[in-house]
Structures are given as C-alpha cells and as structure tokens.
Design a protein around this ligand. Structure first.
Ligand code: ADP
Length: 270
C-alpha cells in the first residue's frame, strides 16, 4: 500500500499543531501545580497555627480557655468556607456548575442583599446607597449564585473602605455592549483603591494586592475569582475601574431578560 507522502508544508502544519498542543498541555499542568501548591499553602497556615496553640496547652497540661476555643472555631469556619469556595470554583471552571435560572427582578434582589449587608457596613462606619430603576429589571439568573456575586463584591467594598466612606450600588437596565443588551449592576466604594498594575490579575485565584492586609481582614483571596466565574457562567462579564485612595468600581453585566435566545437554551440545559 502506498502511503501518500505529505508535502513539506503539510509536515510543517502538523508539527506546528503538535507543538501548540504540547505547549497548552504544559501550560495547563503548570496552572494545576500552582493551584495545588496555593491550596496547600492556604490550608497549611491556619492549620499549623491551630496545631501549635493546641499543643502548647497540651504540653502545659492546661485546659483550653473558652476564648481560645472560639478563635479556633472561627478558623475552622474559615477553612470550611475556603473549601466550599474551591469546590464552586472547580465546578465553574470545568463548566459543570448547575445554574437554576428564574426570572429575577434585580431591583428587588439587590434591595434584599443591601438590606442584609447594611448592618455590617454601618458597624464599620460606612453608608450604603442603592440606586435602582422604577421599572422591574429582569434577568434570567440563579438567585443563590447572583447573591454570592454581590455579597462578595459588597464584602470587599466594606473590607477595603475606611470608616466614614460610602458604598453605592446602582442597577441599570438596557445597557448596550457590543450590540447586546445587559443589566448592569455596579458596586462603587470610596475605599483604598487598587493600583493599576494589579488590575489584570485581580480575578486570579488567591491573588491579593496586599497579602498582609487581606489576611488580616479575613479574605481567602478567592472571592473575585468566584465572582468572575459565576458571572461568566451566566453569560455575562465584569469590569473594574479603580483609583488609589479614591475608590473602586466593579460593574457586573448580566444578559438582559429581554434577550431570549441564549437564556432559553441555557435554562433547558439545566
Ligand atoms: P480577598 O479574599 O483577599 O478579599 P478577593 O479575591 O475578594 O480576595 O480580592 C482580591 C484582592 O483584590 C484583595 O485581596 C484586595 O487586595 C483587592 N480588592 C478586592 N476588592 C477591592 C476593593 N473594593 N477595594 C480595594 N481592593 C480590593
């Protein structure tokens, strides 16, 4: 049997495709290794601290005081949240996160969320404003997941805004971007801001602008990557603008409920 001999050009193309594939595989392997290392590090630190504290009491033959138990309990909760966040992230990244979409009026939805978070903001000396449309603003979305998106953004706004600051949530309908209609929800704070050079990495897992500060404020470094993935799963996207010592604005774009085609397809998939 005579095997057709490829031209030099064809060999070149095959070799190129093979090299590209190897490069992508190597890249994926690098990302996987970094993730495992990051997760190990994130879990190792609080676990080591707890282990050390418990061993100190054990060696001294002392009972653990109730305040210490409370602190250890808080750490355990933080680790559980981290594991939950990682689970959601890995599902979303693999495209396996199930969304239970229903028509949601974003105005009512955000009124509830802002109401829930207001107390925490006030405790931190911050005012929260909500600016909404008079008409219902409908999005076909998963209520639980979108709540998670806005709670994460609002928690960050609270964390990174000094006392006396303000947080504004704005809901807008029929925002056009590249010929598509979106509902835009922006979360604006008057906080510490984010240096421009950090903005491209902000949605990466475990990325923190100021490591010491974030750890101190109790963040896991996964909040924004989850926000990004959840918004993406809804067919939307997110933008960020920031100015140091002036504040930050996150804008979430979700496909408008009036744009039927894509949403219906997605709903049937779930
Ligand atoms: P974390 O759990 O550390 O808050 P996130 O993924 O939610 O992690 O955020 C990543 C980093 O982005 C934070 O560590 C912080 O440095 C920065 N950041 C997020 N939101 C804001 C904000 N509203 N103002 C200033 N910096 C922010």
């Amino acid at each position: 049997v005579e095997v057709p001999v490829g031209t030099k050009d064809e060999y070149g193309k095959v070799t190129q495709a093979f090299n590209d594939m190897m490069l992508r595989l190597r890249e994926a392997e690098k990302i996987r290794r970094k993730l495992v290392a990051d997760v190990a590090h994130e879990l190792r630190t609080p676990l080591s601290i707890m282990q050390l504290k418990l061993e100190n009491y054990q060696q001294a033959g002392q009972h653990i005081p109730p305040e210490m138990l409370l602190r250890i309990h808080d750490e355990v909760i933080r680790i559980s949240l981290l594991v939950d966040d990682l689970h959601v992230l890995s599902l979303a990244e693999a495209g396996q996160l199930s969304l239970y979409r229903k028509p949601i009026d974003m105005t009512v939805h955000l009124e509830r969320i802002v109401d829930d978070i207001k107390y925490e903001a006030e405790e931190n000396g911050l005012k929260v404003h909500l600016s909404v449309c008079a008409k219902p603003v409908i999005v076909l979305a998963d209520a639980r997941r979108t709540t998670q998106v806005f709670i994460n953004l609002l928690t960050n706004a609270i964390r990174y805004t000094p006392r006396g600051g303000e947080i504004t949530v704005k809901v807008e309908d029929q925002v056009i971007d590249q010929n598509k209609f979106y509902v835009r929800v922006s979360v604006v704070d008057t906080g510490i801001g984010i240096p421009e050079e950090h903005l491209p990495y902000l949605f990466d897992r475990f990325y923190r602008v100021d490591k010491a500060r974030s750890r101190h404020t109790g963040g896991t470094g996964l909040g924004l990557s989850i926000v990004h993935q959840l918004v993406k799963a809804h067919g939307g996207f997110i933008r960020v603008e920031s100015c140091i010592n002036k504040g930050t604005k996150f804008s979430v774009y979700l496909p408008s409920g009036n744009e039927r085609g894509e949403d219906r397809e997605d709903r049937e998939g779930n």
